[in-house]
Design a protein around this ligand. Structure first.
Ligand code: ADP
Ligand code: MG
Length: 260
C-alpha cells in the first residue's frame, strides 16, 4: 500500500499519485526571534499512521499548522498528496481541502445540529447540494458511531461525542490526509477511548494520519512510526516498539520516563 518515493523534482505536477502523502523537508518556523521549528524532515506514506510525541512547547502544533498552512513556514517545503503546499503560487483553499484537521477543541457551531455541523462546509466549500451533503454527513456520523445523534445540538453531546462529530466533519470533505492535534487532551478520561477507537478504525481503513498525541498506548498499537520531537527538531523516529521501548537518545528516555 505504501508507495515510497525519493525526493520529488521541482517539475513534479501537483497531485501526482505515488508520492509520499505528506513530505516535510527542511521546515523552519520562527515567531520573531524565537525559532520554534529548526529544520524538520520526515514523511508520511499513503496509508501510514505517524504519531508525533514530545514535550509541551516542542513545536508539535506549529508543525501541524505549517502542514495545513495555518502558519506560513519560514523555510522549507511541505508537500501533501504530491502538491507543494508551500509553493507561493498554490491555491491555498484547494490545498487545504486535501487536509482534514481535528484539534483539541472541537469548535462545533453551537446553533447547528450534528448533521448541520457536518453538512455546512460541504455545501459552502465543495458546493454539494443539500441532499448529497446530508447523505455524506449521515454516512460519516454513522462511521463515528453517532447515527442516533444526527439531530442533536453540540450542547447536548458529551465531549467525546462532539469530538467524533468534528472527525465526521473533517471526513465529509474527502481529505487525502488527516491531521490530529491532541484530539483527546480536552476529554474526560472515560471519553477518550471512544475517540481513539474511531481513530483506530480510520487507520485500519487505510486513512493517512499524522497524529500529535500523549496517548502512548495508541501510539504503540496504531502507529506505523513514532516521531519524537524536542526543541523544534526531530530527535528520533522509528517503529513504536523501537522509539518507545528502546530509544536511542537520552532526551527521548527522559520524556518517556515522565509520560509512561
Ligand atoms: P507544542 O504543540 O509542542 O506544545 P507549539 O507548537 O504549540 O508546541 O509551540 C512551540 C513554541 O512556539 C512555544 O514556545 C510557543 O510559545 C510558540 N508559539 C506557537 N505559536 C505561536 C504564535 N502564534 N506566536 C508566537 N509564538 C508561538
Ligand atoms: Mg500543541
Amino acid at each position: 500500500m505504501s508507495a515510497r518515493k525519493g525526493p520529488g523534482g521541482p517539475a513534479e505536477p501537483a497531485g501526482d499519485a505515488g508520492a509520499a502523502a505528506i513530505e516535510i523537508r527542511g521546515l523552519r518556523k520562527s515567531f520573531g526571534d524565537n525559532e520554534v521549528l529548526s529544520g524538520i524532515d520526515f514523511h508520511v506514506d499513503a496509508g501510514e499512521v505517524v504519531c508525533v510525541i514530545g514535550p509541551s512547547g516542542s513545536g508539535k502544533s506549529t508543525l501541524l499548522r505549517c502542514v495545513n498552512l495555518l502558519e506560513e513556514p519560514s523555510a522549507g517545503t511541505v508537500r501533501v498528496a504530491g502538491a507543494e503546499v508551500t509553493d507561493p503560487d498554490i491555491d491555498i483553499d484547494a490545498a487545504r481541502r486535501r487536509i482534514g484537521m481535528v484539534f483539541q477543541s472541537f469548535n462545533l457551531f453551537p446553533h447547528l445540529t450534528a448533521l448541520g455541523n457536518v453538512t455546512i462546509a460541504q455545501r459552502k466549500v465543495l458546493k454539494r447540494d443539500r441532499a448529497e451533503a446530508e447523505r455524506v454527513a449521515r454516512a460519516n456520523l454513522e462511521r463515528v458511531g453517532l447515527a442516533d445523534k444526527v439531530a442533536e445540538y453540540p450542547g447536548r453531546l458529551s465531549g467525546g461525542q462532539q469530538q467524533r462529530v468534528a472527525i465526521a466533519r473533517a471526513l465529509a470533505m474527502d481529505p487525502r490526509v488527516m491531521l490530529f492535534d491532541e484530539p483527546t487532551s480536552a476529554l474526560d478520561p472515560e471519553l477518550v477511548g471512544d475517540v481513539l477507537g474511531v481513530m483506530r478504525e480510520l487507520a485500519e481503513d487505510g486513512m493517512t494520519m499524522l497524529v500529535v498525541t500523549h496517548e502512548m498506548s495508541f501510539a504503540r498499537e496504531v502507529a506505523d512510526r513514532v516521531v519524537f520531537m524536542d526543541g523544534g527538531v526531530v530527535v528520533e523516529e522509528g517503529p513504536p516498539s523501537r522509539v518507545l521501548d528502546d530509544p536511542e537518545h537520552e532526551r527521548t528516555r527522559t520524556f518517556l520516563a515522565r509520560v509512561l
